[in-house]
Write a protein that binds this ligand. Structure first.
Ligand code: C5P
Length: 270
């Protein structure tokens, strides 16, 4: 399967030497990339500025601003099976980027005017929506209600709600405490665990959604596969999952590879 993952913060320039940013380290997104690669997925990682080395086998695209991240995601999205937006994308950027380094006496330096950044999930993703879209929500209050509102507003299949008020969770640490919310109102509250383990749990859910969609589509493909090239991969499903599809009723074993059909699967007739 082809997976697009975003990670890290964005930087919104004020002048040639200054920028607005946030505390994201990129560790959650990189852990997702590592875990997906270990499961055999093809991973494209769009990353803001982070101090992390590229997971072996990932295709990495480095960006700085929210606008650059939007452009990178727009150009890589077509053909992806799933998108996981773990990046902490800026919501606002300076209205004007000064062409020279702002000086203490500059009027613009004291009053910062901001404007909205593009919302990638809400504005860019619908143009080429992959079958499964996962967002992250970091909140310091009203975590679950805020996260479920974002799940609805951004038309996500899953949202990973990140409780920044809990010790050992959130930015720059190697552990995380999250609740995974789905479209059916399900809330899977996970205990504090390594970001790699969180990545595993998120990917288990992504695999379950992709597999549920595949099972749903298979009858429609039946009988049309007359060649010897293995099973026909179903066409992408645009738009939101129907109620019930994401219901978690599918009892998949943990660690199902994200690789989709491989040559070995074909040989085995899977
Ligand atoms: O910033 P917010 O809490 O709305 O972020 C929720 C989700 O939306 C995250 O997955 C984040 O990557 C995504 N996002 C985005 N574009 C933005 C801001 C956030 O896609 N400009």
């Amino acid at each position: 399967s082809k997976l697009l993952i975003s990670a890290g913060p964005t930087r919104e320039a004020l002048d040639p030497v200054r920028f607005l940013t946030n505390r994201s380290s990129g560790k959650m997104g990189f852990a997702l990339a590592e875990e997906a690669l270990a499961r055999g997925a093809e991973v494209t990682l769009v990353s803001g500025p982070v101090a992390l080395s590229t997971p072996r086998g990932a295709r990495r695209i480095d960006v700085e601003s929210a606008e650059q991240m939007a452009a990178a995601i727009k150009s890589t999205l077509p053909g992806m099976d799933a998108l996981i937006m773990a990046a902490a994308v800026a919501d606002f950027r300076p209205q004007n980027i000064a062409s020279h380094k702002l000086k203490k006496g500059d009027r613009n330096a004291a009053n910062l005017e901001l404007k909205r950044c593009p919302d990638i999930l809400a504005e860019v993703v619908p143009e080429a929506r992959p079958r499964v879209v996962v967002g992250f929500a970091m909140e310091t209050s009203e975590l679950l209600s805020g996260a479920s509102a974002k799940l609805e507003a951004k038309n996500l299949d899953l949202i990973v709600a990140n409780d920044l008020s809990q010790a050992g969770a959130g930015f720059a640490v190697d552990t995380n405490a999250v609740t995974i919310l789905d479209r059916d109102g399900g809330a899977d509250e996970l205990p504090l665990m390594s970001k790699r383990a969180v990545a595993g749990r998120v990917l288990d859910r992504v695999v379950a959604l992709l597999t549920a969609l595949l099972l749903l589509l298979l009858p429609a493909c039946g009988g049309e596969d007359n060649d010897d090239n293995g099973p026909t991969w179903p066409p992408s499903v645009a738009g939101p999952l129907q109620a019930g599809v994401a219901g978690g009723t599918l009892d998949l074993p943990v660690g199902v590879p994200l690789g989709g059909y491989t040559d070995r699967d074909r040989a085995l007739g899977n």
